[in-house]
Design a protein around this ligand. Structure first.
Ligand code: GLY
Length: 395
């Protein structure tokens, strides 16, 4: 295992007590999300919210983006907690468009297949046992395997893997896409998917996580030799800064690989990555879009907070009672969620069709700055569901 620094939790007192976050309080927050879903259900049955809102309103688009499944995943969460068939009906209608995407390879040249199919067809299979959902998911896992670059032991992020400019790139986000592969091995009995995912996560530990436990957004391996080259940001402030959402993908992604590999090093690593993140949170627990910023006027990324909250709960769940940080991580998740509920939802912005305001998609590319992000809405919902019930994960 690489020698990555563990800062420990520096401001322990900030996380020593949970906030007042009762089941009733979380249920009320969930009711708000369900109301938003109900308002959007008709517009987003055959269409999908765009990745980011414009003036806090998601435009309706076809199922072509990497983000469609966050909406479908919200429908499955809604179905799971209410058992109301109206959510299942729309989520099942949408499965057709996910099938079309894998059959016709529409926007499938990306590691994001894991996001796309875990929250749509795998969730459908887990909740309903649908054979067709199972087959769509296996096909998606096969497409994702096409991006496995054996010499480097990584899943390549996007674009043509043979392109000397863009090929050989792995990214921190991909940690969240590996559960599709682990699941495919469990369901088919073919180890190849699991082995690729398990190899990728160790390479992410080795190259994407820096010695101080911060993360590169992306990292290049040589497309001819598979040897490591250099880290580069696409959505963060700079190549050497730490993009908040990337770090959050790591907080959640490493424990998810632990779940399937039993490799406890991944939990130890997740603790270091998490400590780096929570040590840099501002007063209200919601990170700036890049955690090089800890105060001032830069935008927050509420979506990174929601992802981190889910990751903190997953990490805490996997730590023994004897671990001194277990409670702090759980408390940190609850502080984040409480802050989101209090100050980041669209409750005072009735014109919005989103749930969480104040997220950043890609500031260096002038995309979705201080807007709603559909994945922020999804993870906020998942975090609340995790807090009110013993949730059987889609991941
Ligand atoms: N996976 C791309 C993003 O987090 O914006």
């Amino acid at each position: 295992m690489k020698n990555i620094n563990n800062e420990g939790i520096k401001n322990k007192e900030k996380f020593s007590e949970p906030p007042a976050l009762t089941k009733e309080y979380c249920d009320k927050a969930i009711q708000f999300i369900l109301k938003k879903i109900d308002q959007n259900l008709e517009d987003f049955t055959y269409k999908y919210p765009a990745p980011a809102s414009v003036n806090n309103v998601y435009p309706a688009i076809d199922n072509v983006e990497w983000t469609s499944s966050f909406w479908t995943g919200m429908l499955w969460l809604a179905y799971e907690i209410t058992k109301d068939e109206k959510y299942r009906k729309v989520a099942e209608i949408q499965l057709e468009s996910y099938k079309k995407r894998v059959d016709e390879r529409i926007g499938t040249g990306t590691h994001d297949l894991g996001f796309l199919y875990t929250l749509s067809s795998v969730a459908a299979f887990k909740l309903t046992g649908s054979e067709s959902a199972k087959n769509i998911s296996i096909k998606a896992a096969d497409l994702l395997m096409e991006r496995y670059f054996e010499k480097a032991g990584i899943i390549q992020a996007w674009g043509n893997p043979d392109d000397p400019e863009n090929g050989g790139r792995m990214i921190i986000d991909c940690c969240m896409n590996l559960p599709l592969l682990y699941w495919a091995s469990e369901i088919t009995g073919d180890k190849k998917y699991h082995d690729a995912a398990a190899s990728h996560i160790k390479q992410a530990e080795k190259y994407i996580i820096r010695d101080d436990a911060s993360s590169f957004h992306t990292y290049f391996m040589d497309i001819y030799t598979g040897k490591p080259k250099y880290g580069q940001t696409v959505q963060g402030f700079s190549d050497n800064s730490c993009w908040a959402r990337g770090q959050a993908w790591g907080i959640y992604g490493f424990p998810l690989s632990y779940k399937y590999t039993d490799d406890y090093d991944l939990i130890l690593l997740a603790k270091k990555v998490t400590n780096y993140f929570i040590n840099r949170l501002p007063e209200d627990y919601v990170a700036y879009w890049d955690i090089i910023f800890t105060k001032g006027e830069e935008e927050r990324d509420s979506s990174s907070a929601a992802i981190a909250a889910c990751g903190l709960l997953e990490l805490s769940k996997n730590l023994p009672l004897t671990d001194n940080d277990k409670r702090s991580y759980e408390n940190a998740a609850m502080h984040i969620v409480k802050s989101l509920v209090e100050n980041y939802t669209s409750k005072d912005c009735p014109e919005s069709n989103g749930v969480l305001l104040h997220a950043v998609y890609a500031k260096p590319h002038n995309k979705g700055i201080d807007e709603c992000n559909i994945w922020g809405d999804y993870y906020y919902f998942e975090a609340l569901v995790r807090l009110v019930k013993d949730w059987k994960s889609f991941w």
